[in-house]
Write a protein that binds this ligand. Structure first.
Ligand code: PLP
Length: 395
C-alpha cells in the first residue's frame, strides 16, 4: 500500500515545522532524492550539519565499524572515540577541557550553567548577547528536577540578559561597567539572524574588554564551526581566543553531537555531578567527528575558500543584472546571505521547481549553507537557476 507521508506527518507530528514538500528517499553527496525520484541540489545541508554532503562513503564505513564495536555506553565508562575527538579538537583550537552534548541548544545550556558557576565565584551575574542572536530553543528541565544534588542552586540561576543593538563597543563597555555581567556570548556570523558578520576589529576589541573585566568571552560556533567559513572555527580568522567555545551541528558528521570547550585557565568550575547527560557523547557520532576532522585536514578548508570566491563572484554578477532585486551579499566560506528585495514567499518553491533546495531566514534573507564538498559545477547550477528565477520575477 502506498502511504501518503505528508498526510501521516500532519496526523502524527506536532506542526512545529513548515516543511517543504519533499519526502526523502535517499541522499548522496550534494543531492537529495525524493519518493517521486526527483533529484534536488542541496544548498543548505541539513542546516549546516552535512558538511561532507550526504552518505560520504568514509563516514558510512565509520558508522558500520563503530556500530559493530559499541553504539552507546554510559558516562560511567571511558569512551575512546570521544576522548580522541576531544584531544583533536583541543589540538586544533586551544588548551582546555570539553563537555560533550547532543545538540546546539544543549551546548548553550552547558555554557549557561558553566557561566553561572563562574559568576558565583567572581560575584558576576548575567550575559550579554546580540539583538537577533540565536543560541537555541530549550527551556528549563532543571527547574523541575528536585534532587538537591542535581538541582544545586541552578534553579535560582539569575541570568539577566543584556542585549547589544549592534557591534557597538561602547555599549558593551557600558553594560560591563553598569551590570558586572559574567559573560558575553555571540555567533561570529549570525546564522538564523541573517548572516551578520561580526568584524575582526569588534571581536578583538570585545575580547580585550572582556578579559580586562573578568567577563567570559564565549563564542557560539554551532553553525560557523567545522570548516564552514574556510577555517575550522570562524574565530580563527581573528586573533581572539575564546574562553568558552560552543559547537554542534557538523561536529558529529551528520549524527547528533555538540559540546563546549572551556579554556584551561577557566576549566576548574565544573566538578563531578555539576552537569551530565545520558546520551552524549555518542561513540558513533564521535567516531564520525574524528573522521570528518581528518577529511577537513586533507585540503577541504582550502577548497571552501576557493568555492567562496567563485560563489561570491557569481552572486555579485547576478546582482549587477538585478540591482533592484538583490541587496547586500555577505558571509564567509560556505555561509552566505543575500538580501532579497522582492517578495520571497514563492522563492523556495521557485527553486524547488528547478530542483534546488534553499533556505530563507529572518524574513527575506536567502541563506546558503551548502555541503563543503560543493564544486564549481554545483555553483553554476545554482547561479543559473537564480538568474532564471529573477528574470521570471522581472517579467
Ligand atoms: C548559532 C546557533 N546556536 C545554537 C543553535 C541551536 O542548535 P540546535 O538546533 O542543535 O539545538 C543553532 C541552531 O541553528 C545555531 O545556529
Amino acid at each position: 500500500m502506498k502511504r501518503d507521508w505528508m498526510e501521516l506527518d500532519k496526523e502524527y507530528l506536532l506542526p512545529t515545522y513548515g516543511r517543504m514538500p519533499v519526502v526523502v528517499k535517499q541522499a548522496e553527496g550534494m543531492y537529495i532524492t525524493d519518493e517521486e525520484d526527483n533529484r534536488y541540489l542541496d544548498m543548505f545541508s541539513g542546516l549546516a550539519v552535512n558538511i561532507l554532503g550526504h552518505c560520504h562513503p568514509l563516514l558510512v564505513e565509520e558508522i558500520k565499524g563503530q556500530a559493530q564495536l559499541f553504539s552507546h555506553i554510559s558516562n560511567f565508562f571511558y569512551n575512546k572515540p570521544a576522548i580522541l575527538l576531544a584531544e583533536k579538537l583541543v589540538h586544533y583550537t586551544f588548551p582546555g577541557k570539553i563537555f560533550f552534548t547532543n545538540s546546539g541548544a544543549e551546548s548553550t545550556e552547558a555554557a549557561i550553567k558553566y557561566i553561572h558557576k563562574y559568576g558565583k565565584a567572581h560575584d558576576r551575574k548575567g550575559m550579554m548577547v546580540f539583538k537577533n542572536s540565536f543560541h537555541g530553543r530549550t527551556s528549563g528541565a532543571l527547574k523541575l528536577t528536585r534532587m538537591a544534588s542535581v538541582q544545586q542552586d541552578f534553579d535560582t540561576i539569575e541570568a539577566p540578559v543584556y542585549q547589544l543593538d549592534g557591534q557597538d563597543i561602547d555599549q558593551l563597555k557600558d553594560f560591563i561597567q553598569k551590570h558586572k555581567p559574567a559573560a558575553f556570548i555571540f555567533e561570529p556570523i549570525s546564522g538564523s539572524g541573517g548572516i551578520q558578520v561580526i568584524t575582526k576589529d569588534f571581536m578583538e576589541a570585545a575580547e580585550r574588554l572582556c578579559k580586562e573585566n573578568q567577563v567570559l568571552f564565549c563564542v557560539d560556533e554551532i553553525q560557523t564551526g567545522m570548516g564552514r567559513t574556510g577555517k575550522l572555527f570562524a574565530y580563527q580568522h581573528t586573533d581572539v581566543k575564546p574562553d568558552i567555545l560552543l559547537f554542534a551541528k557538523g561536529i558529529g558528521g551528520g549524527l547528533p553531537l555538540g559540546g563546549i570547550l572551556v579554556a584551561e585557565e577557566f576549566s576548574h568550575y565544573f566538578k563531578s555531578g555539576d552537569h551530565g547527560t545520558t546520551f552524549a557523547p555518542n561513540p558513533i557520532s564521535s567516531a564520525l567527528g574524528l573522521k570528518t576532522l581528518e577529511i577537513l585536514e586533507g585540503g577541504l578548508l582550502e577548497h571552501v575558500v576557493e568555492m567562496e570566491a567563485y560563489l561570491m563572484e557569481g552572486l555579485r554578477k547576478v546582482r549587477e543584472s538585478f540591482p533592484t532585486l538583490i541587496g547586500d551579499i555577505r558571509g564567509l566560506g560556505m555561509m552566505m546571505g543575500m538580501d532579497i528585495l522582492g517578495d520571497v514567499t514563492t522563492l523556495k518553491d521557485d527553486f524547488m521547481k528547478k530542483n534546488i533546495l534553499i533556505n530563507i531566514t529572518n524574513g527575506n534573507i536567502l541563506r546558503l549553507l551548502p555541503p563543503l564538498i560543493i564544486e564549481k559545477g554545483d555553483i553554476d547550477i545554482f547561479i543559473k537557476a537564480l538568474t532564471e528565477i529573477l528574470t521570471e520575477w522581472k517579467d
